[in-house]
Design a binder for this molecule. Structure first.
Ligand code: RFL
Ligand code: PHB
Length: 391
């Protein structure tokens, strides 16, 4: 089998890349280990930056988002006795949108299906070969058990943090940076109207808490917990009680309304960057090349920003034999990756408690400055609402 671009992974990076390439008339085949239903139901990100929304609009994927998504002007920062609203539109001229990754993935899946995109779901044993030649190829076993060889001009590694692409870049060529944080998030999805109009990021001596949402009837909330926390230790009542304490239930008349929990999971927190994001004819995008802790809501947006650079770079390479953008791809993408890596680390370390009283005093001082100074608030707003693609 032959295609122009073999795309490994049908997450947001892989699906959006296939969409952007097809708008330029470039063929691709998308390989995915999971089923389409699994990928579309996987609960992950919920916040889209303005540049992500603008890009989705520009490529015909913004209609349902505009209709069913919710535009937010900013966020609340709170700590015991205090609550501050940061208005990103006033501070930085940009908003963010609440629209689940599940919905972005469904919109992309539908658009690709209508365009006749070739997909292989349920594949196994994916491996990449001959990356430093002009004729790289991918081998895999199809869901039906057939051994397949897919020849391509280029391979796009959009296979997330557990896929094979990252490991295909030899150690002698790559450099990696990693930070594992000494806490995890316990995340819940609940069938209850959000108790807030915009997201609440809360610092509390017991640990960080976040009140997010998916719709007018579905709330998404998180609690900082110890790494490897046993979810069995967290019956629903304990979760709601702890969220109420950390989010400030009863302060200034604000109340947290509990409801039926429909999903519960513990997520580790990690920063990871691999350089370069290219090896020969293999180009990496999204979580395959970098991971950020979720505190800054950057992971999905970074995946979108990567493929927004990669699609024109591959188009120029394959259609005009011009490799300038492809040669610059890794350096250009990594500028934004490192900015978001710093922002996510900064949000994480400002808001999660370590048990050290000196750290706690520094965090509260930092929060007061961010919430009280226009310069501090603007820095957070500019990074959270998102810098322009290609910055
Ligand atoms: P994905 O979504 O992981 O997709 C990679 C796909 O590759 C497949 N795959 C393979 N396919 C073929 N062969 C193989 N050998 C393969 N191995 C793997 C996988 O099955 C998968 O379908 O990566 P992508 O496309 O780079 O997208 C990245 C985002 O999914 C991720 O960064 C975000 O979800 C991170 N994130 C958030 N990002 C935001 O921008 N805003 C948020 O509010 C936000 N919240 C979150 C998050 C991530 C979370 N978790 C669970 C990691 C909240 C959470 C809880
Ligand atoms: C979410 O809604 O899942 C979410 C929102 C903001 C974050 C992280 C996750 O910072």
């Amino acid at each position: 089998m032959r295609t122009e671009v073999a795309i490994i992974g049908a997450g947001p990076a892989g699906l959006l890349l296939s969409h952007l390439l097809s708008l330029e008339g470039i063929d691709s085949v998308v390989l995915e280990t999971r089923t389409r239903e699994y990928v579309e139901a996987r609960i992950r990100a919920g916040i889209l930056e303005s540049s992500t929304v603008e890009l989705l609009d520009a490529v015909g994927l913004g209609d349902r988002l505009r209709e069913e998504g919710d535009e937010h002007r900013g966020i609340y920062l709170r700590w015991p006795g205090e609550r501050h609203h940061l208005d990103f539109v006033d501070l930085a001229g940009r908003s963010v949108w609440v629209y689940g990754q599940t919905e972005v993935t469904k919109d992309l899946g539908r658009a690709r299906e209508e365009a006749g995109q070739e997909f292989y779901y349920g594949v196994s044993d994916t491996a990449v070969h001959d990356l430093t030649t002009d004729r790289p190829y991918v081998t895999f076993r199809s869901a039906e058990g057939e051994e397949v060889r897919l020849d391509a001009d280029v391979i796009a590694g959009c296979d997330g943090s557990f896929g094979p692409s990252r490991g295909a870049v030899p150690d002698a060529v790559k450099r990696t940076w990693e930070r594992t944080y000494p806490y995890s998030w316990l995340g819940i999805l609940a069938d209850v109207a959000p108790s807030t109009d915009e997201l609440i990021y809360a610092w509390h001596p017991n640990g960080f808490a976040l009140h997010s949402m998916r719709s007018e009837t579905v709330s998404r909330l998180y609690l900082q917990v110890a790494p490897g926390e046993d979810i069995a230790e967290w019956p629903d009542d304990r979760i709601w009680d702890e969220l109420a304490v950390r989010l400030g239930h009863g302060q200034d008349g604000w109340e947290l309304t509990p409801g039926p929990i429909t999903d519960k999971s513990v997520l580790p927190m990690r920063s990871y960057v691999m350089e370069p994001m290219r090896y020969g004819r293999l180009f990496l995008a999204g979580d395959a090349a970098h991971i950020v802790p979720p505190t800054g809501a950057k992971g999905l947006n970074l995946a979108v920003a990567d493929v927004a650079l990669l699609a024109p770079a591959l188009t120029a390479m394959l259609r005009k034999n011009n490799t300038a953008l492809a040669d610059a791809y890794s350096d250009t993408a990594l500028r934004r990756v490192w900015r978001c890596t710093h922002f996510s680390w900064w949000m994480t370390t400002m808001l999660h408690t370590s048990g050290d009283p000196f750290d706690a005093r520094l965090q509260l001082s930092q929060l007061r400055w961010v919430a009280g100074s226009e310069a501090g608030a603007t820095g957070l707003a500019e990074n959270y609402a998102g810098l322009p693609i290609g910055m």
